[in-house]
Design a binder for this molecule. Structure first.
Ligand code: COA
Length: 380
């Protein structure tokens, strides 16, 4: 499979004044203008969005059609925090089927106008209600996963803190990131406990934002750009929503299955990847994913962090954008934003956060506690 990503759009992440319709319009216009195209070049649009409970606005396809002032085939895709990855996959299938040639994938969420207790409740609608009714929240479910990882593999709070330090450092070089502040391991360890062992600086924040990618066939790519990036593998899998029915909670089986499919599709191995954006909604998630993606053996993620192998100048830089931790996590936008970063890296356009000579890049986008996973692989 070779589909071409020919252009991208991305708003700043954080608390934004624009409404959800105008956020979608902004990234749509950015992606089109960078490709010297207008909306008539686009056959269909896929919108990744998690919950209308944040804004009260359902039916985003019609909101976007009104903003664009055109009639179009527009579809909304929802799969919790993995909505962006699933939207990318649906868009890829639509082109590969021959139905469309050129498709825009937009991710958007507007969370910051909602009080934090309601945000927590809305996010929890993506977890098992059996677990939520006993008082669980996403931070507490990930805290359980962290405790288990600590118990099985000897991982510590310091290892997780180093992930937060790295991602906040990377975000200093990303002008679109929500946070531009450097922290030390001590700052992370001394930040307020959210759900032990996870502290404020182990958590991704509440964010507004949007991102877009314009995707087309390999043959049509030259109409839009001289430097396309190719989607060469994509794997998607869904497992149980609750933690209690998993054999172990120190791993994400859906990530393993999705990554096996993605690597098989392009005939590459984890060692071939030069840069990756992985879903660090909590620091423990980045650690579990780098293991489950096969960048190291299970339980050895802590060694990769200690040795600096995941820093921007390491052998497998993880989250050069700052990741969800520091770039921000507007749920529906996240999976698309990861693709924007990898496309930017593979085109050599990432400025001072550029990973040297990156040829192959990977995105890992998960939903819930890893129940849904989409792994996508790109080449320059
Ligand atoms: N990382 C770093 N700084 C953060 C932060 C985070 N995750 N969240 C908030 N802050 C900062 C704020 O900018 C603010 O800084 P300031 O005082 O310098 O302005 C300060 O911490 C207090 O912010 P506040 O908005 O009062 O925090 P909060 O208690 O309302 O929210 C969390 C903190 C951790 C509860 C919230 O960010 C959260 O719920 N995160 C997880 C989101 C989530 O579950 N996503 C889905 C994943 S599956």
């Amino acid at each position: 499979m070779r589909l071409a990503i020919v252009s991208t759009g991305h708003t700043k992440f954080g608390k934004l004044s624009k409404d959800i319709g105008n956020l979608m319009l902004d990234v749509c216009n950015q992606a089109l203008s960078k490709a010297n195209a207008d909306i008539s070049a686009v056959d269909a649009i896929y919108i990744s969005n998690f919950s209308s409970s944040f804004t009260g606005q359902c039916h985003l396809p019609a909101v976007l059609a009104s903003k664009l002032g055109v009639d179009k085939e527009i579809t909304r895709v929802e799969s919790a925090c993995a909505s962006g990855g699933v939207a990318l996959k649906e868009a890829a299938i639509s082109i590969l089927s021959g139905l469309y040639k050129t498709v825009l994938v937009i991710g958007v969420e507007k969370m910051c106008d909602t009080p934090i207790d309601q945000v927590t409740q809305i996010l929890a609608s993506a977890a098992s209600q059996e677990e939520i009714k006993h008082g669980a929240t996403f931070p507490s479910l990930y805290a359980l996963m962290a405790q288990r990882h600590f118990y099985e593999f000897g991982t510590t709070e310091e290892h997780l803190a180093k992930i937060a330090v790295k991602n906040h450092k990377n975000a200093l070089n990303n002008p679109l990131a929500q946070f531009h502040k450097e922290f030390t391991v001590e700052d992370v360890l001394n930040s307020r406990v959210v759900a032990s062992p996870l502290k404020l600086l182990d958590c991704s924040p509440v964010s507004d934002g949007a991102a877009a990618v314009l995707m087309t066939t390999e043959e049509c790519a030259c109409k839009f750009t001289d430097s396309p990036v190719y989607l060469i593998g994509i794997g998607h899998d869904t497992g149980t929503i609750d933690l209690k029915s998993r054999e172990t909670i120190s791993t994400m089986p859906a990530v393993k299955r999705a990554s096996a499919k993605a690597f098989a599709m392009c005939d590459l191995m984890p060692q071939d990847i030069d840069v990756a954006e992985v879903h660090d909604c909590f620091t423990i998630a980045e650690l579990i994913e780098i293991e489950d993606l096969g960048f190291c053996d299970k339980g050895m993620g802590k060694g990769m962090i200690e040795e600096g192998r995941t820093s921007i100048d390491g052998d497998i830089p993880i989250n050069p954008s700052g990741g969800l931790k520091a770039k921000g996590h507007p749920i529906g936008a996240t999976g698309v934003s990861q693709v924007v970063e990898i496309a930017t890296q593979l085109r050599g356009e990432a400025g001072i956060r550029q990973v040297h000579d990156a040829e192959y890049g990977l995105c890992c986008n998960i939903g819930g506690t890893g129940a849904t996973a989409v792994v996508s692989i790109f080449s320059r």
